[in-house]
Design a protein around this ligand. Sequence first.
Ligand code: SF4
Length: 176
Amino acid sequence: MKEGENKFFEKYILLRDEIDNKSLEIETEHTKHIECKKGCDMCCMDYKILPIEFHYIINDLNTKKIVPEISTVIKEGGCIFLKNHACTIYNQRPVICRTHGLPLLFMNDNNDWELSACDLNFTKYNFEDFTLDNTFPQDKYNSKLFMLNKEFISEFQEKNYNEFDLIPIKDIINHF
Ligand code: SF4
């Protein structure tokens, strides 16, 4: 890893910590309405992530000399890092995996506010009671991540990334 990339990875960790803290705050507020627990893998899909996350994860695993395990049985559209219903890159997992199950507030393609949550959660909750304060502001953090990624790809020399490029999580394994 080059000096310049390290600078962006440090900023990424700060942003990721901020997201983890906000997620914990929302989760704590809604504990009794959230069924998420270890062993539930309904949200684990073959997501695509921004280059800064992709390269951070590879770099961190390499630095810690961790070779990620992959599942030998992968359901269609599932994530290869899901093994025995648990994530094999849990500590390094990308941002999208850190907000699973929470009430996510975002602007949809029709420019309308939309709220999304896992079907297993909030089954006895009145959706009218969701507010700006008790939902996860997905657009806010996606925007911060997008801007950080934009800075990162402008300095990252290895590949000529476009600002809208996304990389499948499963490609991580090609670097080990
Ligand atoms: S990286 Fe981990 S948490 Fe994210 S989808 Fe894959 S198995 Fe699930």
